[in-house]
Design a protein around this ligand. Structure first.
Ligand code: GLC
Length: 615
């Protein structure tokens, strides 16, 4: 599309995009303001502008580059970045902070908005693993018109095919963002939150179909493109991918949920609530909620999604109601409830949110929970029960209980199963979903301890030589062939199919600190430290005991680096885990006990009137 075709797309539905974008001016905080972006199929153009007097710290330190190419429009400086200016700006805007020595002087020049990785395979020398990790994390920072806005997924100089690992993934940035927050470097997180908000719910189409308004992209890339009408100039463009280019065209359902979680962490950590209170940010939260809370055909309060809609972004039999999405959904609802400012017209949304929280909480705690007692119950289930007071509500056939489960389940401990559908329980253990259920208090206090008990009891299986298995066990043989579609990347005990992902360390750390058992995370971090730096921070490990660097694992994977750093920072300052955790409040607790006592599983007999619970 030529410049003259630049369009401002106005979405259908109650929230108009023009209002949405206009709110950037109305409510922009002093540090960063936005001019209406030029929107076209290619993405957001670098028409962001920085108010000169009060730009964010890192930009302020290097703002000399702006002056040559910025013009004053209204109260904003609109910058067109010439290629060499952008490079200079990156050098001048990344400054060592918090007394940390920076290696920037030795750094290669940036490529496509990120810092090039040539210098990555540095020897650790006398540097601590933590120092090395900080250097690597800083080298993965991506800039947009001089401002840090995210981190690339991997910075692997040995990799011949980049695929989309040079992009900023929303989910991958979360540990990076938390690490920066814990280090007191807030700008990058704030910029990430505000720029990704600009990308939200664009009309990106796949074969004439557009995803729902409110969807956050899976990833985005900073592209440098020639400026329309002036070949000597370039401009930077933010190009989002909502799944329409991703392998398998998977929908990034988790992105918006993580965005809300990070937004709340930003407010808690910095004490700066002005970001979450902005009208545009409030609108962004509501759009995500509307998308998630929209009525559909579903019978369950859990969120219905397609396969590969979260960290496991390939076909792995996790379509339907996978635990990871439910835990993030619950967490996002709790965080949003905390952040939403009541205003006219939001009553219905808040009511829907509260009702969903209660129903979701009950559903997961009751029907996803598995321990020895529950397995025995399922083993003795009657089937084909037609009635309101059925015990085996989902008509699970006991023969589904897999043989591995009987050995796997310890006497003490339990976990939330991977998925629940009519006549189907996915008994696999999924780590992220279980850990985030602890973090968000989706699991009860007893269940949370039991999940950690299980991780301790099954250390050799789940933590093994390198923390932490993404799921357990792997699918093999015919099951692998049918469920993954013979995926050569997800072979047994590799990648998503039972591979070990060091990034999960930070989630283990938050969960174990929340439950007052940090020694679990300490042990896992110690184990990781034996190899992770020598192995060059791989994306994942393969084999049953996680002994090999993954077959196709990227090296210098940013969220492996950031996950390790967050674990270290939190273990050194456990109180900071509160920025991420949520405690169950008394309203939810009461609603849950009411529902428990009305549950036919415990009281067979005449049907009780079901009350809607409004918190
Ligand atoms: C892989 C992972 C996904 C991650 C992406 C970028 O596709 O499955 O969770 O976001 O790589 O690191």
């Amino acid at each position: 599309m030529a410049a003259s075709e630049t369009v401002l797309r106005v979405p259908l539905g109650s929230l108009s995009q023009s209002f949405y974008l206009a709110s950037f001016f109305v409510n922009s905080t002093p540090n960063l303001s936005f001019k209406p972006v030029s929107i076209n199929r290619k993405g957001v153009r670098c028409t962001n502008s920085h108010e000169f007097s009060s730009v964010s710290n890192s930009v302020a330190r290097g703002h000399s580059f702006h002056s040559s190419n910025c013009s004053l429009k209204g109260k904003n400086f609109v910058c067109k970045c010439q290629k060499h200016d952008v490079e200079e700006s990156i050098r001048s805007t990344v400054l060592p902070s918090d007394g940390l020595k920076s290696d920037l002087d030795e750094m290669p020049l940036p490529v496509n908005g990120s810092l090039s990785s040539n210098g990555n395979a540095q020897s650790v020398g006398t540097k601590s693993i933590e120092d090395e990790a900080w250097d690597l994390l800083r080298q993965s920072v991506v800039f947009y018109c001089g401002s840090p806005i995210g981190t690339i997924a991997a910075n692997d100089p040995s990799s011949t095919s980049v695929l989309n690992y040079d992009q900023v993934f929303i989910r991958d940035f979360i540990p990076s963002g938390i690490a920066f927050l814990l280090k007191g470097e807030y700008d990058i997180v704030r910029n990430f939150i505000l720029y990704t908000l600009q990308l939200q719910s664009w009309e990106k189409t796949m074969d004439c179909h557009s995803p729902g308004q409110g969807l956050m992209p899976c990833s985005f890339k900073v592209k440098t493109v020639p400026l329309d009408g002036d070949d000597s100039m370039t401009e930077e463009v933010l190009d989002p991918d909502f799944g329409e280019a991703a392998i398998g065209r998977v929908a990034p359902v988790d992105s918006g949920l993580w965005w809300i979680i990070l937004l709340r962490a930003y407010g808690k950590c910095t004490g700066d609530l002005s970001v979450q209170e902005r009208v545009d940010v409030q609108t962004g939260i509501k759009m995500i909620l509307k998308l998630c809370l929209a009525d559909g055909f579903d019978m369950f309060p859990t969120l219905l999604v397609t396969d590969g809609s979260c960290m496991i972004d390939r076909r792995m039999g996790i379509h339907g109601h996978p635990l990871e999405i439910q835990a993030l959904f619950y967490s996002a609802l709790v965080c949003a409830r905390e952040m939403l400012t009541p205003e006219d017209g939001s009553d219905d949304l808040i009511r829907a949110l509260n009702n969903r929280l209660v129903a979701l909480n009950f559903h997961i705690r009751e029907y996803y929970w598995l321990d020895l007692k529950k397995i025995n119950e399922i083993y003795r289930y009657q089937t084909e029960e037609y009635s309101y007071d059925a015990v085996n509500k989902f008509n699970i056939y006991p023969d589904q209980i897999p043989s591995w489960l009987v050995d796997f389940m310890p006497n003490r401990g339990g976990y939330l199963i991977g998925n629940l559908q009519p006549a189907h329980m996915d008994f696999r253990f999924f780590t992220l979903g279980n850990l985030w259920s602890i973090v968000s208090s989706l699991a009860t206090n007893d269940q949370s301890h039991a999940i950690l008990d299980l991780i301790e009891a099954k250390w050799a299986e789940l933590v093994a030589d390198m923390p932490l298995k993404i799921c357990y066990p792997a699918m093999e043989g015919e099951e692998w062939r049918i469920i993954t579609g013979s995926d050569p990347k997800n072979t047994p005990w590799s990648y998503h199919n039972g591979g070990a992902w060091p990034t999960l360390l930070w989630q283990l750390t938050v969960a174990s600190i929340k439950m007052g058992r940090p020694e679990i995370a300490e042990k896992a971090v110690e184990l990781a430290e034996r190899r992770i730096s020598l192995d060059k921070w791989p994306e994942y490990y393969d084999t049953k005991r996680a002994r090999f660097i993954g077959k196709q694992a990227r090296l210098y994977q940013t969220w492996s680096i950031a996950g390790y750093l967050v674990a270290k920072l939190l273990l050194a300052n456990p109180a900071a885990a509160k920025f991420l955790t949520s405690e169950e409040d008394s309203d939810l607790r009461n609603a849950f006990s009411c529902m428990i006592s009305a549950n036919p599983r415990r009281t067979r007999g005449p049907k009780k009137a079901q009350q809607p619970f409004i918190v």
